[in-house]
Ligand binder design. Structure first.
Ligand SMILES: Cc1cc2nc3c(=O)[nH]c(=O)nc-3n(C[C@H](O)[C@H](O)[C@H](O)COP(=O)(O)OP(=O)(O)OC[C@H]3O[C@@H](n4cnc5c(N)ncnc54)[C@H](O)[C@@H]3O)c2cc1C
Length: 396
């Protein structure tokens, strides 16, 4: 009997797993002993990390998008659009239904469908939503707003946690500060405020570094401000504690949640995310315990930081565990919590060198003290180019 691996979502994590397995099992696939199938609602892959740079015109849409047919091994059966958009996930019966009503069965399942913004979770936010977090179109809208900042109070608000890449709003704020100072040359006319939903901004050394930079750059930071309401007419934010912040221009990172189809399929826990063992990434949730179902990337447990770097390491661990499962060798390869958060404190302009750093850590090993450097800026900028041919293809 042919063994079947089914991957839901051909974003970062799903693509890496598909490509690693296709390489490892090329002989089994050729002999028709194993089938790897990947499903996605869209045939275009977008590297969402690039959205942070679009407002400052540091990447183009061509830099941060690729057709999936150029990314996924031809050994993998790929279905996009109506045949790829997942509608129901039934773990008991090992059956997935898609929009076209086609059904897929599996022996091994990988759920990697990412997460999505939930703008309606904050009353009033939809009436004054400017965000670079949701789509290329929205990131370009923020570019147009940023280009036209001539003064006043600009607030970058993070509504709640968890979100994908919690460092990205901080990075955006620093890039905006650098842009206003060095490109628009009107920084002194603008009051810049970062509104943050909790006390620390990341792990201790990250928080320490970022706090120092916010002070140095005269960026106001308001912590412990979980967003409860936006009043677009009064241009006022209210927190769940009743605190108020006013603004002239609001840029928001909305709350995020797991894909609705997974919520509707009864797979999410009380916090709204897919629950899994933090080391094996096997599904452990309200639908039961399933050793043949792996959960990875942005839809995973709330305790696992949602970053592309983390998704990459999780994909490597899950691929190796699937290889172990299929060979039946009894070996387990744990995910050790490897993750990271790239930070930028200055963009490259005619007057300034760019400055960046990629802070990394894992379970029980927090990031070490760091600073941003010119080399860090170059490495991070370069990453966006090697992403497609090295990272997504699972070459490391
Ligand atoms: C603005 C921004 C900046 C970021 N910056 C960074 C950064 O600098 N560094 C970093 O490490 N990370 C960054 N991230 C986070 C990073 O992009 C994510 O952590 C990463 O993409 C997660 O990978 P994933 O495979 O879980 O999800 P995704 O890459 O989002 O892939 C999920 C896939 O599932 C598909 N899908 C969803 N629903 C369905 C359905 N019903 N049926 C079929 N397919 C479906 C989607 O189309 C998508 O292709 C950033 C994110 C954002 C939004």
């Amino acid at each position: 009997m042919k063994e079947k691996v089914l991957i839901l979502g051909a974003g970062y994590a799903g693509s890496v797993v598909a490509n690693i397995l296709a390489r490892e099992f090329r002989n089994k696939i050729a002999k028709d002993e194993l089938e790897i199938t990947i499903l996605d609602k869209s045939d275009i892959n977008i590297n969402q990390g690039g959205f942070t740079f679009i407002p400052f015109e540091l990447y183009t849409p061509e830099d941060i998008t690729r057709p999936r047919k150029k990314l996924i091994s031809p050994r993998v059966k790929a279905f996009y659009g109506n045949d790829g958009e997942v509608k129901t996930v039934d773990l008991q019966n090992k059956e997935i239904t898609v929009k076209s009503d086609k059904r897929y069965t599996y022996d091994h399942l990988v759920i990697a469908m990412g997460c999505r913004a939930d703008i309606d979770a904050v009353p009033g936010l939809a009436e004054d939503i400017n965000t670079f977090y949701t789509s290329m179109e929205d990131a370009f809208k923020v570019r147009d707003l940023v280009k036209n900042i001539n003064g006043g109070k600009v607030v970058v608000s993070v509504a709640s946690m968890p979100i994908p890449c919690p460092g990205a709003p901080v990075k955006f704020t620093f890039m905006l500060e650098s842009y206003l100072r060095n490109i628009k040359k009107n920084r002194d006319d603008v009051q810049l405020t970062l509104v943050w939903p909790m006390e620390p901004i990341g792990p201790p050394e990250f928080n320490k570094f970022v706090t120092g930079q916010l002070n140095e750059k005269n960026i106001e930071v308001i912590r412990n401000f979980p967003l409860a309401n936006v009043d677009g007419a009064k241009k006022e934010l209210t927190s769940k504690n009743g605190d108020k912040v006013n603004y002239d221009l609001l840029i928001t990172v909305p709350p995020h949640k797991a894909p609705q189809v997974l919520i509707d399929s009864g797979l999410t826990d009380e916090k709204g995310w897919l629950s899994a063992d933090k080391a094996t990434l096997q599904y452990r949730g309200p639908a039961g315990n399933f050793d043949n179902v792996y959960v990875l990337g942005d839809l995973g447990p709330v305790e696992i930081l949602k970053t592309g770097i983390g998704a990459h390491y999780q994909a490597i661990a899950v691929s190796q565990n699937l290889i172990n499962d299929i060979y039946g060798n009894g070996i387990k390869t744990p995910y050790e919590g490897e993750t990271g958060c790239p930070i930028v404190t200055e963009i490259e302009t005619p007057n300034t060198m760019g400055k960046g750093y990629i802070a990394t850590w894992r379970y029980g090993v927090p990031p070490a003290p760091f600073t941003t450097t010119k080399m860090g800026w170059f490495l991070y900028r370069m990453y966006y180019h090697i992403h497609w041919d090295i990272s997504v293809k699972g070459m490391f």
